[in-house]
Design a protein around this ligand. Structure first.
Ligand code: MIC
Ligand code: SF4
Length: 675
């Protein structure tokens, strides 16, 4: 049988790192559900997760990174309202110099956008300490988000372990209509699959419609595969990929990549691009998707264009074309954050920046900015329309704001009108028929003409002056690591004990995000290397009393619903609970990266064998989990709720390697034992 793109890459990168090889099918591909160790060609970190990842890397005692390429980006913590972020940037820069990494300076852009432009290579593997690392899947890379510790291990040459996913295919036909965009495709698939529909799957995008999408458009789609909970998303590498790489002056990196004709998929979803309409994700979840026309007319206070989802040159040129000669509505504040220095510079050279400035928009620097609550928070109870990928409650920095996710076209149309506007309503579209009788859209206004004239440039402006290449080994050895006073020791896990007796200190519902567990935002993000300080804010969105209660309890257990820990890759959502004494998390199901982070930190994740048992236990109950060591071998363990006098079966189904990690007290001590 033929193979999918992802299966081909996994097959090429499978290694035996001592944990044993997975069971393979007759095509030499791991069976679904098997633990697979993958050799990692490239890694990336960003600053908000990077400080911790490099502190962890340091403890491994490896003299130089062992990947083909590793890049340390500074893009999240760029609002420097105190010494903390600047100190962390210097720390990361000195780590990059000492250990052989590329360093992308603050201002050079958002890691995923820059990586796509300058480093991503079809057919290679990439892990990044950021959940949107799959953006590079737009170029045909097997790119996955991971916790900082997993990235540190990969930098040291260690394999990355995944549970072999199922293969989903989205079969694209047709061509997007004007004003309907790749973002609308992302929102449509979220509407179909939901924020947990991708868990345990790799989503491959194929079909005749693929060739109508440019690489940055594909990257918008693979970027938001993170919101589906997918292991990753990937496109073939074809002519469009070749042209993109050539335009980036990296033609040599091209390698064609396609699935075999007879590849087998576990599920195929058909999307006709031509039939799509502008879509919008309503508060407070990326899968709360409806057509823009259904909420059109809602008054808007703020509009933000940017983030790793929608900040490419093509996106920004379209925004500029729509704004040209117009002034944004007087009741709306519009921010524009170009994704990279390359994008900003080209916008400036092409004159488009001037159109944006003239419209009254506020130009922010090339970084994550408002997407992670780093400035530009909405007004109280405000409505904010964002081209971003997450609209979780409170993430914008304003607790009672209502954040909607849209395409740049919908964002600009709404900024001009002052209320949610379907961009299609900005122009009258005439339907005409071509000679063969097939329907063809022929919009009749000049705005549309100017949008369709925006095409991929033959050559991007290439200027890597804000990327500092690795130092030669001889010089690197003398580099001094610069540490600020905000860097504190991180908590270390303890080998799992046979019995846990602890209070159920917090019970939460379904789809709890890492933004609930360990919020971000401008006030808290500077403390990513200071776990004691960070711990005050743990679960602040759900229950601000949790940190104090957990500390008082000493040992505690958290209970969650389904898809617990969805969203980001931040390992702080495991390290901070560890610091507060959390020993186990019991949930209906977990998100992929978070469950790995819990195990890596030494916290045991357990699932209800019968999800209805979730309703039988309550916050404040005293829980006992006995016989854990044997339970890990047989895959099940009993939880006794002493307060209610009931017993509940929990699944504790781990791979051999995960069991060993938990028995060692986390991934770091496990690695230390191996070496
Ligand atoms: C996010 O979008 O939530 C972040 C901030 O980029 C995170 C990483 C972090 O928390 O630092 C992510 O997506 O992994
Ligand atoms: Fe940055 Fe937002 Fe992308 Fe996360 S989702 S990497 S915060 S732009």
């Amino acid at each position: 049988m033929g193979l999918t793109i992802a299966q081909k890459i996994i097959k090429n990168h499978m290694v035996d790192d001592g944990a044993g090889l997975p069971r393979l099918n007759s095509d030499g591909v791991p069976e679904v559900g098997e633990d697979v160790a993958i050799r990692i060609d490239q890694t990336l970190t960003q600053d908000a997760t990077g400080t911790m990842a490099y502190l962890e890397f340091e403890t491994m005692g490896i003299p130089r990174v062992r990947t083909e390429l590793s890049v340390a980006y500074i893009d999240h913590n760029t609002l420097q309202s105190g010494f903390e972020n600047a100190d962390d940037h210097r720390f990361i820069q000195s780590m990059a110099a000492k250990y052989g990494l590329y360093f992308s300076r603050p201002g050079n852009g958002i890691c995923h956008q820059v990586h796509l432009e300058r480093f991503a290579v079809p057919g290679k593997t990439l892990i990044g300490s950021d959940s949107h690392t799959p953006t590079a899947g737009g170029i045909g890379m097997l790119a996955m988000g991971a916790g900082g510790l997993d990235v540190a291990v990969a930098m040291g040459g260690g394999a990355y372990h995944i549970t072999m996913p199922k293969m989903y295919k989205v079969n694209l036909t047709g061509k997007l209509r004007p004003f309907v965009t790749a973002k609308d495709v992302s929102l449509e698939i979220l509407r179909i699959l939901s924020v947990k529909g991708g868990v345990g799957n790799i989503i491959e995008w194929g079909g005749a419609g693929v060739k109508t999408l440019s690489v940055p458009e594909r990257a918008t789609i693979t970027n938001m595969g993170a919101e589906l909970g997918a292991t990753t998303s990937i496109f073939p590498a074809d002519e469009a990929t070749k042209e993109f790489l050539a335009a980036q002056g990296r033609g040599d990196a091209f390698k064609p990549l396609a699935s075999d004709e007879d590849a087998i998929y576990d599920r195929i979803i058909d999307i006709d691009l031509a039939s799509l309409e502008p879509m919008i994700a309503c508060p407070h979840s990326p899968d709360n998707v409806v057509k823009v026309s259904e909420v059109a007319g809602t008054k808007v206070d703020q509009v933000c264009v940017g983030s790793c989802t929608n900040s490419s040159l093509l996106d920004m040129l379209k925004v500029a074309a729509m704004l040209r000669g117009k002034t944004i509505n007087s009741t709306v504040s519009l921010s524009i954050s170009p994704g990279s220095k390359q994008v900003l510079r080209m916008l400036s050279d092409m004159g488009a920046l001037s159109d944006i400035i003239a419209s009254g928009a506020r130009i922010l620097e090339c970084s994550c900015g408002p997407c992670i609550g780093m400035g530009f928070s909405p007004n109280s109870g405000g409505v904010s329309l964002r081209t971003f990928n997450r609209n979780f409650e409170g993430r914008s920095g304003t607790k009672d704001a209502n954040v909607y996710l849209v395409s740049p076209e919908t964002a600009v149309a709404s900024a001009l009108m002052g209320f949610i506007t379907n961009p299609l309503d900005l122009c009258e579209v005439e339907t005409v028929y071509n000679e063969s009788g097939t329907e063809k859209e022929k919009p009749n206004i000049s705005l549309e003409d100017s949008l369709s004239s925006i095409v991929m440039p033959d050559r991007f402006t290439i200027d890597d002056s804000a990327v500092i290449p690795p130092l030669p080994e001889e010089e690197a050895a003398d580099v001094e690591i610069l540490r600020g006073p905000n860097i504190k020791e991180f908590p270390k896990g303890k080998p799992i004990e046979d019995s846990i007796e602890a209070e159920l200190t917090l019970k939460v519902g379904d789809n709890i995000t890492t933004d609930h567990i360990m919020p971000a935002g401008s006030k808290i993000l500077p403390y990513r290397s200071n776990i004691p300080h960070l711990s005050q804010y743990c679960f602040e969105v759900c229950d601000a009393t949790f940190p104090e209660r957990a500390k008082a309890a000493g040992s505690s257990i958290i209970v969650g619903g389904s898809n617990y820990g969805q969203g980001s890759s931040r390992e702080h959502a495991a390290l901070v609970p560890l610091y507060l004494g959390v020993r186990a998390v019991v949930a209906k199901s977990f998100a992929r990266i978070h469950v790995a982070n819990l195990i890596n930190a030494g916290i045991i994740p357990l699932t209800f064998e019968n999800p209805d048992d979730y309703d039988r236990i309550f916050q404040g109950d005293t829980l006992v989990i006995d016989g854990i060591l044997e339970g890990m071998d047989i895959g099940t363990v009993k939880l006794i709720d002493e307060s209610k006098g009931i017993e509940i079966d929990l699944a504790c189904d781990f791979t051999e390697r995960q069991r060993e990690i938990l028995k060692s007290g986390g991934l770091l001590p496990y690695i230390a034992k191996l070496s």
